[in-house]
Design a protein around this ligand. Sequence first.
Ligand SMILES: NC(=O)c1ccc[n+]([C@@H]2O[C@H](COP(=O)([O-])OP(=O)(O)OC[C@H]3O[C@@H](n4cnc5c(N)ncnc54)[C@H](OP(=O)(O)O)[C@@H]3O)[C@@H](O)[C@H]2O)c1
Length: 257
Amino acid sequence: MSFDWSNKVVLITGASSGIGRGLALALAKRGARLGLVARRADLLDEIVGEVESQQGKAIALVADVQDQAAMRAAADRLRAEFGAVDMLIANAGIGTTTDAAQLDATEVATVFGVNVVGAASSVAAVVPEMIQRGRGHLVAISSLAAYRGIPKSATYGASKAALSLFFESLRLDLQPRGIDVTIIHPGFIKTPLTAGREATMPFLMELDYAVAKIIGAIEKKRKSYAFPWQLASIVRLGLLMPIPMYDRIAGKRSFRE
Ligand SMILES: NC(=O)c1ccc[n+]([C@@H]2O[C@H](COP(=O)([O-])OP(=O)(O)OC[C@H]3O[C@@H](n4cnc5c(N)ncnc54)[C@H](OP(=O)(O)O)[C@@H]3O)[C@@H](O)[C@H]2O)c1
């Protein structure tokens, strides 16, 4: 049976830009009713306007994902507007280049605060109701950078590894209670996050292509989905390599300046 978005209420974090914005516009077209979380109210209002001009339904929920009370309030508003939340797409995230020689632990805390703690506070805002209803779907937007260390990506990669493991453990706890968990591991996608980078980004994807792939994986209730297949295969090969071989090969690559 095909996936019916028209009876779904979906909370998307990081919806003001890039992947989150792309998912919002695509899911609204499929009939989902959306709560859009981000800090930039003006951008969220524009997206709500665009959704409504195509007869879709969305509300802007201005919040910082790190603020637990604000996330609970956002979920409450979405519930009051459209009904119980069926799906969370924990997408809000920030990137950074880590310079090992000038390591800034405050920056590490900031990235983990958004990418990991922010995702946890998003889950906490919706999961009690999902458990009560015995259904729901949690989706995390992680990264192919979560699988193994890559140069200049200690902070970002570690935050995404933490995010993936966090959701994997949640899956084990929540599956028996009727809640699906999908962890998405994308490669490079053209968004404001990657714009301006001069380093080579192999198999760089167009946003629309990536959004369609993510939606397909959600509809199939994939537990984990890594793409594009070419880069995902290279990353999987890296997982099999002995450490000295991995260090020799990966140490020469950098996807950040
Ligand atoms: N682009 C890629 O190549 C790529 C690859 C793999 C994974 N990803 C992941 O995909 C996700 C989306 O990335 P993107 O490329 O679409 O980047 P983006 O265009 O920079 O979007 C990031 C989104 O996160 C929101 N955000 C950041 N900090 C937030 C906070 N504290 N509270 C609430 N919202 C916050 C931003 O909104 P505000 O600034 O308005 O708050 C924005 O909507 C990230 O988790 C990223 O790590 C991206």
